[in-house]
Design a protein around this ligand. Structure first.
Ligand SMILES: Cc1ncc(COP(=O)(O)O)c(C=O)c1O
Length: 392
């Protein structure tokens, strides 16, 4: 029997990161020496003490339900982290909710607050799922394109240029995937002024909060005056604790703003498995030095890979301020999808096309620095440089 799919689902494409990865996996299965610099998930295994805590919790019988908001002990530890690292005073009994991966939590935010006729501003190039999550909520994504020439500078004026009286929400990612920008206080103050003047809700995804380099500093938007009341902040254990397979994140907002997201979780995922939350608790309470080690490794690779690519005529690979990527601009007339295909077939390196991050990402590609071991990342960069010499 022929069945028609909901129009909102037909409007959605698979994430560019997954699509590129599929071909790479096929080649690897054929025995080819493919270097994976595609998805952002780190190659590290979750630190041992976190795994042990999860296994212990399973053995202790934490195999059934948990509260929708999360286990109280874990919520208290999250609230302490938010106070210490983010300057946020979140009541553990109402201002935060544990979610099965921040991607899910971000979808709750779009789903709970936007619908037909609403416009949502997306600062682009932007992470692969924001646009699709807005589409799945039947609202209208509106790109706020930032340009590479202006180093992806974010301002009140650029937001205002794309606003209408239907604008309901702004979605921001800081540090930014894929450009590696870390917004300055003054840029965030511009976002705050814009949101306050127009009485908008802002979703701020702070996935890469611990991956910030040189003299740059990560600042949580919700800690700015007047912004706690109108910001939903998203955090995850995926990067800093290499827990992408556990599906563990946290959404933070004042209880009245968080309430609608709680209602969506109650009727969908229900809660996060309790043994996974106990692993998260061990992550927060245990040693944090691996984060410094991973950040330092990423910072070093970032410089080495950028130098290798910048040695190719007409390639421009800026040093990133944060996150775990490089986002080089390449010369010639190829689309980013074509270039990525050539990099895979000629150099056996998997990266993500810039077009997957919105139209303003075209002409670029994204290299994930934490996806493979350091020596493989450097070998991948060398192979990429050889192909780029030919397309220039
Ligand atoms: C900017 C950004 N937000 C959210 C996510 C999703 O993370 P999670 O594994 O918590 O769903 C990612 C993962 O790649 C990301 O890069």
């Amino acid at each position: 029997m022929a069945r028609s799919t909901a129009a909102r689902v037909n409007r959605v494409q698979p994430p560019a990161t997954l699509a590129a990865g599929q071909r790479a996996r096929e080649l690897a299965q054929q025995g080819k020496d493919v270097i994976d610099l595609g998805p952002s998930s780190p190659h590290y295994t979750t630190p041992r003490h976190i795994i042990e805590a999860g296994v212990k919790a399973l053995r202790d019988g934490l195999t059934n339900q948990a509260p929708t908001l999360g286990i109280p002990e874990f919520r208290r530890a999250l609230s302490e982290k938010l106070s210490r690292d983010n300057g946020l005073r979140a009541d553990p009994d109402g201002d935060l909710m544990v979610v099965p991966g921040s991607k899910q939590g971000l979808y709750y935010a779009a789903n709970a607050y936007t619908g037909p006729g609403d416009e949502v501003l997306l600062v682009e190039p932007t992470w692969v799922s924001f646009r699709e999550q807005v589409e799945l909520s039947e609202a209208t994504p509106v790109a706020v394109p930032l340009s590479a020439e202006e180093e992806y500078h974010l301002s009140y004026e650029v937001l205002e240029r794309h606003a209408t009286d239907r604008t309901r929400m702004v979605i921001l990612n800081n540090p930014q995937n894929p450009t590696g920008r870390v917004y300055t206080r003054s840029e965030l103050e511009d976002v705050a002024r814009f949101a306050l003047e127009r009485d908008l809700l802002v979703v701020c995804d702070e996935t890469y909060e611990y991956f910030v380099y040189d003299s740059n500093r990560h600042l949580s938007l919700a800690s700015l005056p007047g912004m706690w009341e109108r910001t939903i902040t998203s955090f995850t254990f995926t990067k800093a604790y290499s827990m992408s397979g556990w599906r563990l994140g946290c959404m933070v907002a004042p209880s009245d703003v968080l309430g609608p997201l709680v209602r969506v979780q109650e009727h969908t995922a229900s809660f996060v498995s309790p043994f996974i939350q106990m692993a998260g608790l061990a992550a927060l309470e245990g040693p944090q030095d691996h984060i410094t080690a991973w950040r330092n490794e990423c910072a070093e690779l970032r410089g080495q890979v950028a130098d290798m690519l910048n040695a190719v005529p007409d390639v421009h690979c800026p040093q990133t301020e944060g996150a775990t990527f490089l986002f080089p601009r390449f010369p010639g007339n190829l689309t980013s999808a074509d270039l990525v295909e050539r990099l895979l077939s000629e150099a056996l390196v998997s990266v993500t096309p810039g077009s997957g991050f919105g139209d303003s990402g075209e002409g670029h590609f994204r290299i994930a620095l934490m996806r493979s071991q350091a020596d493989r990342v450097l070998e991948g960069a060398e192979r990429i440089a050889r192909v780029l010499e030919k397309v220039a």
